[in-house]
Design a protein around this ligand. Structure first.
Ligand SMILES: [Zn+2]
Length: 254
């Protein structure tokens, strides 16, 4: 478990690079990480997740500019999630798939929160992966005549994706406003991964928590009615809950 927590810290550090650079169209591999303020290349010691943040008291070693709090948060959360997924799934294919999916959701969450953007170059590869994963994903139940068979899983995944897409597109079609196209695509991605019927849990949880938080932000005048409130963080979170406890919630509902 500790090994996966540590792995998560380092993966989280890489996810931070993706979150910084993908919206700007920069390469995520080259060059090495720089301080955003003084542009000094960061050494290996500066890049140790969380520990370097604590050791440097949240400031750049060279120019003392504050390091964004998002860096240690993403590292810490990824570490926690990786440990949680190992505890839930144990070693195996299921763990590997869920680690990749979780990393994708984390990047989508943070980029939308900071930029009000859901990037095609994250979503499309994510959809392709989700569909490929569906052949192996035991979390998907086969539909109808093909219970548990690989084909049944793929049908379940496709049905989930179609439902996710339709549900997110509905407000847009009826009211000509509402969710952005990015949220519609994310609905499809989460649906492909959750499959039918668990996609319903992911969608419902996302809409309920998103609506609740939006209502609170408006009530306390933290946000105005005209302010955009990103929806992807809610959908990503509910997708995570569905990954971990969707089966249990579905059984309870039945
Ligand atoms: Zn600096």
């Amino acid at each position: 478990m500790l090994v996966f927590a540590l792995l998560g810290l380092f993966v989280g550090s890489f996810l931070n690079v993706c979150i910084d650079r993908l919206p700007r169209g920069q390469s995520i591999i080259h060059p090495r990480s720089h301080c955003a303020a003084c542009n000094r290349e960061l050494g290996t010691l500066d890049l140790l997740p969380i520990f370097s943040y604590l050791w440097l008291r949240g400031r750049c070693r060279y120019c003392r500019a504050p390091i964004p709090l998002r860096l240690p948060i993403v590292e810490g959360v990824t570490g926690l999630l990786f440990a949680l997924l190992y505890w839930k799934f144990g070693l195996g294919l299921e763990l590997g798939i869920s680690l990749v999916y979780t990393s994708l959701l984390t990047v989508i969450f943070a980029i939308d929160l900071e930029n009000q953007l859901v990037l095609d170059k994250v979503i499309y590869p994510g959809m392709a992966l989700a569909l490929a994963f569906s052949f192996f994903w035991p979390g998907l139940e086969g539909i109808g005549a093909l219970p548990g068979e690989a084909l049944g899983k793929v049908v379940s995944s496709l049905a989930g994706g179609a439902l996710g897409l339709a549900a997110m597109a509905l407000p847009f079609i009826i009211y000509r406003r509402g969710m952005g196209m990015g949220d519609v695509k994310l609905g499809a991605l989460v649906g492909l991964m959750s499959g039918y019927p668990l996609v319903a849990i992911a969608l419902l949880l996302g809409v309920i928590t998103g609506g609740l938080v939006a209502a609170i932000l408006l009530a306390f005048k933290i946000k105005k009615r005209s302010d955009p409130i990103p929806f992807a963080p809610f959908l990503a979170t509910s997708a995570m809950v569905t990954l971990l406890w969707g089966q249990a919630i579905w059984q309870w509902y039945l």
